[in-house]
Ligand binder design. Sequence first.
Ligand SMILES: Cc1cc2nc3c(=O)[nH]c(=O)nc-3n(C[C@H](O)[C@H](O)[C@H](O)COP(=O)(O)OP(=O)(O)OC[C@H]3O[C@@H](n4cnc5c(N)ncnc54)[C@H](O)[C@@H]3O)c2cc1C
Length: 388
Amino acid sequence: MDTLVDSASGQFELNEDQLAIQDMARAFAADRVAPNALAWDRDKHFPADVIRETGPLGMGGIYVREDVGGSGLKRLDAVLIFEALSAACPAFSAFISIHNMGTWMIDLFGNEEQRQRFVPRLTSMEWLASYCLTEPNSGSDAAALKTRAVLDGDHYVLNGAKQFISGAGDSDLYVTMVRTGEDGPKGISALVIPKDAPGLSFGANEYKMGWNAQSTRQVIFDNCRVPVANRLGEEGDGFRIAMGGLDGGRLNIAACSLGGAQSALDKAVTYAAERKAFGKAINQFQALQFKLADMETELSAARMLLYTAASKLDRKTHDASKWSAMAKRFVTDTGFNVANDALQIHGGYGYLHDYGVEKIVRDLRVHQILEGTNEIMRVIIARHMTSQ
Ligand SMILES: Cc1cc2nc3c(=O)[nH]c(=O)nc-3n(C[C@H](O)[C@H](O)[C@H](O)COP(=O)(O)OP(=O)(O)OC[C@H]3O[C@@H](n4cnc5c(N)ncnc54)[C@H](O)[C@@H]3O)c2cc1C
């Protein structure tokens, strides 16, 4: 059944299959993630065991083809899953998004031998995947990357480093963009690198503001040997492959902001009904009511933009990349602002770890930076608007 759009309200009405997917993800999030999320954050614990439990539920390859164990679902289904998981923990949800991005890239751009060799163990989540594009001296300007891969017989020999890699040291496979040719995007190739590749090592886990339930490390190549048979596509295809992964990744990360912000808003509504000041519940003050009304309105607008962008990517419309960028920019900015307002409504208690709101604010902040900063999203949107 197709997704129905109620034209009167502009709200998406989800079909029965989508509602079932959403229910399943919400139940898992409530049962297995929410009770542990604050401890994972406090202890900087990467919950690989609980992440792996999502494999049998079909979350290891949500929009990956079914012959290699994928769920064969749509981008909109994926958005619903990431929104539901991040209501319990945005950092947990975001790691599964990155794993899906890497898995989908191998499924789509890999040859048949590579698909059969790598993807079934990724969709089952026996193996976890990371995505390695950023380098110490190239983030937004990703096409300037310098990690060099030189042919030596049937192997490439890699030297260089990747920066800020989510899951580094914990993941089993690293979908990595390297330079095999000229400067610029056309000299970049994509390699699938196993964790035990000779010459591969990892930096220290970074101390960071949020996303403490997943590791962030450098990935270091010191004469690292990778079989040519692990290259996705041809030499020079790597930048196109990397950008292909990001359209969907941007929707997923926006969904992580949406779910986290909705959870913060729900907490604020509950708290404002219970907390008393000047002899009445604080939700009786109109200033606070107006703030809640704006939070609800802006988050609903963000949700509609995201679902529309996901449906455009499913239909492969010519403007899908622009809409993915618009959704990423708007939803992650709105999500952060709503979560921060929710913290304010909690007063001093919002600043305490146990109330769970400050963690959401910290987790959501990085969504405005990664998968392309929100400034780069504006660059993409404007380029679509001004190119002939
Ligand atoms: C916790 C965390 C996890 C991450 N995980 C991964 C991962 O798994 N894999 C991966 O490959 N990367 C990952 N990243 C890297 C992330 O994608 C980059 O940090 C991001 O792309 C920005 O790059 P940069 O940090 O080098 O900033 P820079 O590119 O140096 O940007 C600095 C500032 O300049 C602005 N700017 C740059 N160019 C322009 C322009 N043309 N117009 C306007 N403003 C501009 C930026 O918006 C930003 O505000 C992660 C980062 C973090 C913090």
